[in-house]
Design a protein around this ligand. Sequence first.
Ligand SMILES: [Zn+2]
Length: 111
Amino acid sequence: MQIPEELIVFGRIYQVRNVSPVQSLEGILGAASYRDGTIYLDDEVDMALALSVLWHEAVHVAQQEIAGTIDEAQARWIALFVHTFLLNNPDILDCYRFGIDDAPFDDEDEE
Ligand SMILES: [Zn+2]
């Protein structure tokens, strides 16, 4: 199982690019470039941390989209909440994947 190379956030495709720790700033494991449509991810982190970082960066994209600015504290708690919620309730993911008849973006896949 690998982190996807692309993520869709609010209908926009973001490339997920690995960066080596040498390139990344100290203590920063990810970054979202709203302008470039890219989410950068430290390639040394394990899967659990990578997913948590992706949530954090996706929240930043959402904040930029909704509020036009980012809020670091808000991104931290939302990412931590969603990540631990999914870890503790993995069956929810199957409900999303297989339990919804009319997935909102199904039509776009058929174009
Ligand atoms: Zn942040």
